[in-house]
Design a protein around this ligand. Sequence first.
Ligand SMILES: [Zn+2]
Length: 343
Amino acid sequence: MPVADYKTYCEMLDKARDGRYAYPGINVTSLTTANAVLKGLAESRSDGLIQISTGGAAFASGSSVKDMVLGAASIAEHVHRAAARYPIYVALHTDHCQADKLDKFVLPLVELTEQRRAAGLPNLFSSHMFDGSALPLKENLDIAEKLLERFHRNQLVLEIECGVVGGEEDGVKASASAKLYTTPEDTLEVARRLNAVTGARYLLAATFGNVHGVYKPGHVKLKPSILKDCQDAVVHKYGREALFYLVFHGGSGSAIEEIHEAIDYGVVKMNIDTDTQYAFTRAVADHMFRNYDGVLKVDGEVGDKKTYDPRSYLSLAEASMAERVKKAAEDLKSAGKTLFKAA
Ligand SMILES: [Zn+2]
């Protein structure tokens, strides 16, 4: 199917929250990794999200260009074409964008969507994240509210973050004193400010001890009950229609029970990057070790073109990453639940 339109995307989010499942939001940096996500989602009959970080977007544009907008738009345009060949819905999303990068990443991408809409074309992306978690809450929400008004006019979904995801992603490291646990008071303020933009849709990355990257068991203390506290508080104050659509960042290495608990409290998207990065590279490493004397020209030999052709190991990497995407769809209970119905 083509990339989910706004109506379908909103339906995806509603069905997931009501049905207690979540979508894999998988970071990609190339055509091969984007194809791996489409393959994995299609084979699990799961809808999902393909997302691009600022660093991933710069990478995708080529190392001598390093233009985040060019890289993100290139992958998005590929996905618009390729997704039409898969029997599932996918939404296109951009990951963490801090306030100082809005002018160089999210806003130019929103402009591209505005140009496309004026020309009768579908939006370039379905949603974008603004990560103002390093700012005081008021400043975070001042920016988010303005963005949400513009997003609403363009049928874009906004993701914001409140509280800080620990660890390091894309070279951006959380400070040691960061607030790793969101409070109900913070999220009530989110609802007060953002629900004022009537009819607009947003996702909330509320933090409950999550950390980017992967660590040995015991290192990360997740408290999914924080999400329940936040939902209970917002429903108490504003009614059931104010329930949040939550996003789980830094989920790599989490126990399945913690993932399911978070989903029960309204998580509709779990971001996955570290685990799919590993799955991709694991297959490449295997190929290189097995075919050492083929991929290298050892002792004056000529190697084996079949094994050093990048397609040979990149197709293994694509398949390996697709398997990890399938595992994510199983874990998040989105497998078999695509909203796409074959004609
Ligand atoms: Zn994140």
